[in-house]
Each structure stands twice: as C-alpha cells, then as structure tokens.
Design a protein around this ligand. Sequence first.
Ligand SMILES: NC(=O)c1ccc[n+]([C@@H]2O[C@H](COP(=O)([O-])OP(=O)(O)OC[C@H]3O[C@@H](n4cnc5c(N)ncnc54)[C@H](O)[C@@H]3O)[C@@H](O)[C@H]2O)c1
Length: 244
Amino acid sequence: MTRALEGRIAVVTGAGSGFGAGIARAFADAGATVWVADVNDSAGIAVADALGGHFFHLDICDSSAVAAFAASLNHVDILVNNAGIGHTPQPAEDLPADVFNRVVDVNMRGIYHTTAAFVPGMKTRRRGVIVNIASTAGVRPRGGLTWYNASKGWVITATKSLAAELAPFGIRVNAINPVAGETPLLATFMGGDTSANRERFLATIPLGRFCTPEDVGAAACYLASDGASMVTGVALEVDGGRVL
Ligand SMILES: NC(=O)c1ccc[n+]([C@@H]2O[C@H](COP(=O)([O-])OP(=O)(O)OC[C@H]3O[C@@H](n4cnc5c(N)ncnc54)[C@H](O)[C@@H]3O)[C@@H](O)[C@H]2O)c1
C-alpha cells in the first residue's frame, strides 16, 4: 500500500516492540506521522527514531497520563490499541491474583482509558479510526491461557460495541486477531521458546508459520486507510488459517 495514510496522525500503543513496531513502521511507510507510545523508553525511542516518528512515554494503565498525552496532541486520526501482556500457560485456578490483575489492567483497562481520552476529539471532528489488537485467543482459545484469552474476547466485544456506538460519528472501530507471532511475547505463550513448543504451535496453523509484525502492520494499514471506509466492527484474522 503506497502513501495510503499520507497526512494522518497516528498513535500506536506498545509500539516499542513486536506487532506494535511493525504497525508503526507500516504506518510511517504509508505516509502517516506516527507517535510511538510505550512504557519502555529505550525500545520506544529506537523505533520512533528509525521511522522518523515521535516517542511518548506512556503507561496506558495510568488514566491521567493517557489523558495528558491526548490533550498534548492537536488531533489524532488513527488510534491503535496494541499494548498488551500475556501470562504463562497454567491451570486457570492457579494464576496468581496479581498477574490476573495486571492482565486486566493492561489488556482491558488500558483500552478504557484511551477510549476516554481520544474518542471525544474524534467525535468533535466526526472522523477517526481505531484498531484494537485482539487475538485468535479470543475466538479459538488454547487451554492454559484462560485469563489472557478472556481479555482478548473482551477486546473483540468492546470493538464491535464501539463500532456500533461510534459509527454515527464517522468513527470506524476494528480489531485484528493475530495468531501466535514472532515477538518477545511468544515464549511466554508457549511456556518457553523450545523447538518442541514451536512445532506444537505451528502444527495448529495451516499456513505453517508464525505471524510477523509485517503481517499485522499490513492489516492495520488497510483497516486504517480509506480503502476500508465501509469496514467497521470486524475482527480480522491474520492467522494463517488457525481459526478455520
Ligand atoms: N505475540 C503473539 O503471539 C500475539 C498473538 C496475538 C495477539 N498478540 C497481541 O499483540 C499485542 C502486541 O504483542 P507483542 O507480541 O508485540 O508484544 P511485545 O511484548 O513484543 O510488545 C508489547 C509492547 O507493549 C508495551 N507495553 C506493555 N505494557 C504497557 C503499558 N502498560 N503501557 C504502554 N506500553 C506497554 C511493551 O513495553 C512492549 O513494547 C498484544 O496486545 C498481544 O496481546 C500477540
């Protein structure tokens, strides 16, 4: 896609690594001005510098910080809620409460905070695009990851509900469901990055490879572009056929 986002201002949370970095790179290539918003300063600055974008230190769990970030920007055309965390596979009843609470804080409450901070400006301008990074975990869960899977199911439902609610304001809201991806999170989901675990996961992906940041970046670019102007409320699988 060439220059499909020329002149657009985009915020990508968690863009210091993995899928978020791939989305930020794709957006910059398509002509957008990109804000890399991440809690990890060194990683976020490196990504922002490499693509000629901007870095903002942001913890999406901190509602005041998210509000201050939104207020500091003139306007935002595209918001990507990408920042998220996982937990290691274990019986649902064993996941410690502090880990569960952290998953809820980052994967769910963070999107609540960015919605509160960025949607009013989009409503005023009567335009905007939101892309939420959910997961195939939200529609085809693997055992051992129950609370992570449930958080991604919540993201998909929130996406569809926001799409219905915000359509009259000219705001589109979509999600992307990546399958297991080549990012630092992969080892967490697999319970260790071993060749046996890789083979076990790859056996469940018909196209026979993991998702890459480039795959997710291309999908986000499409959903953010005017080419998707009739597309809202979808959760687009980028999964090599995993949910078939
Ligand atoms: N990797 C996979 O297998 C996979 C599969 C499906 C969906 N996902 C989802 O994709 C998204 C990105 O995952 P990834 O694999 O690229 O992870 P990653 O760990 O490579 O990157 C996540 C980034 O988010 C940042 N972050 C974490 N907490 C934050 C916070 N509170 N505020 C701001 N930034 C924060 C981290 O610093 C990091 O830069 C997540 O929502 C994840 O659930 C990942």
